[in-house]
Design a binder for this molecule. Structure first.
Ligand SMILES: NC(=O)c1ccc[n+]([C@@H]2O[C@H](COP(=O)([O-])OP(=O)(O)OC[C@H]3O[C@@H](n4cnc5c(N)ncnc54)[C@H](O)[C@@H]3O)[C@@H](O)[C@H]2O)c1
Length: 251
């Protein structure tokens, strides 16, 4: 039986992880880390990683960037792999993950759905096929509680499109006022409202034609299931940085 620590256990995603692992024959939640108390977990919940006195096969982190330093310290010190699912990290924090990956296994993706990871590949291919002349615009829609914008997935999609261009395009986050004609850029736009789980549209706008590639998540369960799959996969893996391409296989 694999033992997982869930960071952000009292949150929406933490709840989904608990629900899915309730009847799992291969893995269980051994403890949680959260500043809040979850309603449906009888085990130990620590408010900081510093206090964790439990051994585990992996950490699943659906909390916030505020937990990262503490968590990486625990994981590298104890040789515990981490599946980092939260979003909104700074470039310095992404560097810190790479540094930690020299000592333990770190799995990071802004989106655990298989469908979005297919979308990333299709966007890369579409950008390469359509070329520079098609303007790329990304519209993402999420629930009204989401803290970061644009979504980590939107940035992942922008990076995928940009990887097809020899000279990288800068990102423009929304537009307002007298912006003038559109430049050589990728536009990212965040819509927030109600209970939208996660919608991503990537528009390739050419002369007299538009290609739209899109993904719609209908429940948060899809992300929780992906993170659990990643945690089972990464348990016992050597130090290094891993992502969905490692889990799903490279094309
Ligand atoms: N990678 C993916 O596929 C994916 C999918 C869905 C959500 N997410 C990301 O996961 C994160 C959580 O999403 P959510 O909807 O469950 O949010 P949420 O606000 O419902 O839950 C976050 C939980 O983390 C806890 N937390 C926050 N900061 C903390 C800290 N410093 N120390 C201890 N606990 C802390 C909060 O108390 C809360 O219980 C977000 O960053 C979201 O963007 C990623």
């Amino acid at each position: 039986m694999l033992n997982f620590i869930v960071c952000g256990i009292a949150g929406h995603m933490g709840g989904n992880i608990l629900e899915l692992l309730k009847d799992d024959g291969q893995a269980r939640v051994v403890c949680g880390v959260d500043v809040k108390k979850p309603e449906n977990f009888a085990g130990k919940v620590f408010s900081r990683f510093e206090e964790v006195d439990v051994k585990a096969d992996a950490v699943i982190d659906f909390s916030s960037p505020a937990c990262l330093a503490d968590e990486l310290c625990y994981c590298t010190k104890n040789g515990v792999p981490a599946v980092i699912a939260a979003t909104g990290y700074t470039p310095a924090q992404l560097e810190a993950m790479k540094e930690a990956a020299k000592k333990t296994a770190i799995f990071r993706t802004a989106n655990f759905s298989v469908g979005v990871n297919l979308l990333v590949r299709l966007v890369r291919e579409a950008a390469a096929f359509l070329g520079e002349k098609f303007d790329v615009e990304i519209v993402e829609k999420h629930h009204n509680l989401k803290k970061d914008a644009p979504s980590g997935t939107a940035l992942m999609l922008a990076d995928a499109a940009n990887s097809a261009f020899a000279q990288k395009k800068p990102y423009i986050y929304g537009r307002e006022g007298m912006t003038g004609a559109r430049g050589r850029e990728i536009g990212l736009h965040a819509v927030r409202g109600g209970t939208i789980v996660g919608e991503h549209d990537v528009l390739f706008c050419g002369e007299d034609e538009i290609v739209t590639l899109s993904h719609s998540a209908r429940s948060k369960k899809v992300f929780a299931a992906g993170a659990i799959r990643a945690a089972k996969w990464i348990a016992g893996k050597p130090a290094g940085m891993y992502d969905m391409n490692d889990l799903l296989g490279n094309p």
